[in-house]
Design a protein around this ligand. Sequence first.
Ligand SMILES: *Cc1c(COP(=O)(O)O)cnc(C)c1O
Length: 366
Amino acid sequence: MRKPIFITRVKIGKAERQAIERVFDSGMIAQGAVAEKFEKEFAQFCGTKYAVAVSSGTAALNCACFAAGIKSGDEVITTPFTFIATANAPLLFGAKPVFADIKEETFNLDSERVEEKITKRTKAVITVDLFGQPADYRELRRIARKHRLVLIEDAAQAHGAKLEGKKTGALGHIGCFSFYATKNMTTGEGGMVVTDNKDYAQKARLFRQHGEAKKYDYVCLGFNYHTTDIATSIGRAQLRRLPRLNQRRIKNAQFYYDDLEGIKGLILPVVKKEVRHVFHQFTIRVTPDFKLNRDQFYEYLKRKNIFCGIYYPQSLHLYPHFKKLGYKKGDFPIAERVAKEVISLPVHPYLTQSELKYIVKVIKSI
Ligand SMILES: *Cc1c(COP(=O)(O)O)cnc(C)c1O
């Protein structure tokens, strides 16, 4: 039996190890000068004026909602087909997450459905660049402008992706990233808020540190959402590696496009025009025309030592703390159906040719 192939693989290289050593030698391991350098480099990478490094992608989303002034009674439109942190962020501020259905081709928010959900209370839209593909910002920016909404971009899965030449993070008013271990680049745990808006950046900074403007001068609510120089030293090395890591993901995805296209009942991810998709996941849909249903397909691959992912097994509106806001089964038919069809094949940068060939062979044998 061959070695198992996992959905993700984390490798920490020499550059990261040396960077950590230097931080240890400096004696300053909390958030300091290294974090500040990482912020500058990451802002430059995204093409934004400001970047604020935080402890996680979740913290970044919370800071973004605070910066956007989201408060009790507001509504925030977002997608039900994402990681739960996206929709929890507005709840923290007493706002209601108002879900809008997705487009099945891209798994991203359907801008038409977004516009239908706008009311007098709508304050912001949180979009997600799911699986590494930017959402439909041309339309979403128009909607945000027309209705004076803050557009928050959850780019936790899309470091280095682009739309019309512009990088993720810079596609809305505030961008949020995660550097969790399995993302396209990592600091172990970590996150970043990026923006061109000075006021948003300042508010994110305040929220990161107990609302402290000057030493013991607390001007608003805040928490400890700091990162560390240890984590951000890894981040600086990873940022330099990111273009190559993304390249390999794209190449692996291309392998699947070349070899899996045209299998009846399997739908490969659609990449929109003008988009650079960075394939955080290669998520296919198993439809009723295929021999096996999604769960059988997953189990079959598992028996062949291929471990896939199900992102995501359920539309968020059906989890108890959203359901009690009045959502029910049938509210978002596309998200609900897609949740039963999706399976993500390994696409991480460390897959070998032989592993890719094996995965394709096993799938074709079905
Ligand atoms: C990973 C992720 C987050 C949360 O990031 P953490 O660093 O794990 O807190 C938020 N949104 C999306 C879409 C993610 O994939």
